[in-house]
Design a protein around this ligand. Structure first.
Ligand code: E4P
Length: 215
């Protein structure tokens, strides 16, 4: 499974890169707004830090605007992936980008049928939002399972990017049901390391070692 960090804060990406297992980055307009910087600035800087797919989302809601904006973003770096909303215009623009060899991430996906449309138009990634589905009492992980099943039935190469991840259990479950990628905030990446038995075990090893040195 690939791990992406979901943030527009460059310092967080620098910190996560140290661990050695970050494969890419996702952003969205809300995350970019939190950075207080322009999307172009943030994306250009991220491309200098991470050598992997970096998703940058269009703001336009009409196909022509999405194509114009996305084509500009794609010029920043070959690693830039154009993030498009799962609307009629977004899906239609997705086809244009795939026909023109530009990678896409179709976002705001909440159903397997939406995911099927994205795959049919050659999306590189589909982003089902697990946490937001759970928030309204649905089973977010079930959507990932269903998309996996459908994509495998037909051999679609579109990668399933589990998004809107809120805690480490989401990451475990997404890996269990075969998502290709999990994107998560720094806070969740840090949770992946944690187990109380690791902490207490290490404490005991260090205590025993210190006692043996004092003999
Ligand atoms: C990533 O691509 C998504 O935009 C992000 O994971 C959404 O997460 P949220 O539901 O916590 O805002």
């Amino acid at each position: 499974m690939k791990f992406f960090i979901d943030t527009g804060i460059v310092e967080e990406i620098v910190q996560a890169k140290e661990w050695g297992f970050i494969d890419g980055v996702t952003t969205n307009p809300s995350l970019i707004a939190k950075s207080g910087r322009t999307q172009e600035e943030v994306i250009s800087e991220i491309c200098q830090i991470i050598d992997g797919p970096i998703s940058a989302e269009v703001i336009s809601t009409e196909k022509e605007g999405m194509i114009k904006e996305g084509a500009e973003l794609a010029k920043i770096n070959d690693n830039v992936v154009i993030k498009l909303p799962l609307t009629e215009d977004g899906i239609s623009a997705c086809k244009w980008f795939s026909d023109n060899g530009i990678k896409t991430n179709v976002t705001l996906c909440f159903s397997p049928l939406q995911a099927l449309l994205a795959a049919k138009n050659g999306a590189t990634y589909i982003s089902p939002f697990i946490g937001r589905l759970d928030d309204i009492g649905h089973d977010g992980m079930r959507i990932i399972e269903e998309i996996r099943h459908i994509y495998d039935n037909y051999g679609y190469p579109t990668e399933i990017l589990a998004a809107s991840i809120r805690h480490s259990t989401h990451v475990r479950d997404a890996a269990m049901v075969g998502a290709d990628v999990s994107t998560m905030p720094l806070k969740v990446l840090k949770q992946l390391f944690k187990h109380p038995l690791t902490d207490s075990g290490l404490e005991a090893f260090l205590r025993d070692h210190a006692q043996s040195q004092n003999k």
